[in-house]
Design a protein around this ligand. Structure first.
Ligand code: GAR
Length: 207
């Protein structure tokens, strides 16, 4: 069993799906805590309803990213966290946390990286950019987190046609359905299979 900390800033639908899949025995893990930067995050309600300890830690409360990272690390060590799962978490993970959890932090992005990623590209902004670009395909990316926004080694991706979508919201809805399936699959894979990171590539053994 691996101990997971989920980080979320918003409504938390990915968090909810991951939690449900764990409860159904599909992923050998326990969600030990939810960390958010936003005391209004919907994810907090779901965590409280399910007796998952919650912590609101905002970077504005600290005078450096390092101290923000230390506050996060305190919670992570209290729960002996093995993996961090970012589920709609909008703040940059401090470098000192990335150093300790190297290749043990996952993020989900609602497009096909490396396109439509980077600082400021999250949630609806991603889908607006995809829509405006005229792209006929979008998708979901799950990647390991390094010190740059959306630039870590890719664990898995799934593409889908968005030719039929007439608004960015329609793209978002189509992509989100796939996120809910792919994120749990990716978590199961990194927790149960051996992999190596070579450069920016994730290589699973026996594949
Ligand atoms: C999801 O679409 C996720 O991919 C995106 O935020 C949404 C959170 O939804 N994350 C990013 O854009 C990160 N760059 P949720 O709170 O319902 O899981």
């Amino acid at each position: 069993m691996k101990n997971i900390a989920v980080f979320a800033s918003g409504r938390g639908s990915n968090f909810k799906h991951i939690y449900q899949n764990i409860q159904q025995g599909k992923i050998p893990a326990i969600i030990k805590c939810l960390i958010t930067d936003n005391h209004k995050a919907g994810a907090l309600d779901f965590a409280r309803e399910n007796a998952i300890p919650t912590f609101t830690i905002s970077p504005q409360e600290f005078n450096s990213s390092h101290k923000f990272g230390q506050a996060i690390m305190e919670v992570l060590s209290r729960f002996s966290i093995d993996w961090i799962v970012l589920a709609g978490y909008l703040k940059k993970i401090p470098d000192n946390v990335v150093a300790v959890y190297s290749n043990r932090i996952l993020n989900i992005h609602p497009a096909l990286l490396p396109a439509f990623g980077g600082k400021g590209m999250y949630g609806s902004r991603v889908h607006q950019a995809v829509f405006a670009s005229g792209a006929k395909i979008s998708g979901v990316t799950v990647h390991l987190v390094n010190t740059e926004y959306d630039a870590g080694p890719i664990v898995t991706q799934r593409a889908m046609e968005i030719d039929d979508c007439r608004t960015p919201e329609e793209i978002a809805a189509k992509v989100l359905k796939v996120e809910h399936i792919l994120y749990s699959e990716a978590i199961l894979k990194v927790l149960t299979k051996k992999f190596e990171v070579r450069g920016n590539r994730v290589e699973f053994k026996n594949e």
